[in-house]
Design a protein around this ligand. Structure first.
Ligand code: THU
Length: 135
């Protein structure tokens, strides 16, 4: 079993459960995400849409915001897993990639699941090779 398989085994159910809470009356897409920090704490989020469409918040950014609010130190989370049943494989949007690059560990693994057996993974640096940074 690969490291990625183990991540899916551990986190898929949690991200799937977070996706059940999605508020997505406009797209119908249910997305859940889980972040794990180096203490083993797991933080979850789901997508939250709005009638003013541009205010929609993605599951990944909501999971990262929940992590920060709960005390996760930026750079200490090495894994983020997404569960998106309404898509083939959801490749994270550009805004989420930028936020991941600031809050996850530089060598973080991102796994996106269509199901418990169909998933794709990337290194954070593959998703966003040259993130915007101040200074
Ligand atoms: N969505 C996410 O939750 N994560 C992404 O990386 C891309 C898109 C959500 C936002 C919206 O509720 C729905 O998927 C369709 O765009």
């Amino acid at each position: 079993m690969s490291d990625t398989d183990k991540v899916v085994e551990e986190l898929y159910v949690l991200a799937r459960s977070a996706s059940d809470n999605a508020y997505s009356p406009y797209s119908g897409a249910r997305v859940g995400a889980c972040v794990v920090d180096d203490k083993g704490n797991v933080y979850s989020g789901c997508n939250v849409e709005n009638a003013s469409y541009g205010l929609t918040q993605c599951a990944e950014r909501n999971a990262l915001a929940a992590a920060v609010a709960a005390g996760m130190k930026p750079g200490t989370a090495h894994t983020l897993l997404i569960c998106a049943t309404g898509f083939e494989i959801l490749a994270p949007c550009g805004a989420c990639r930028q936020v991941m690059s600031e809050l996850l560990a530089g060598d973080a693994l991102i796994v996106s699941c269509h199901s418990e057996t169909q998933y794709q993974s990337w290194a954070l640096a593959e998703l966003l090779p040259d993130p915007f940074k101040l200074s």
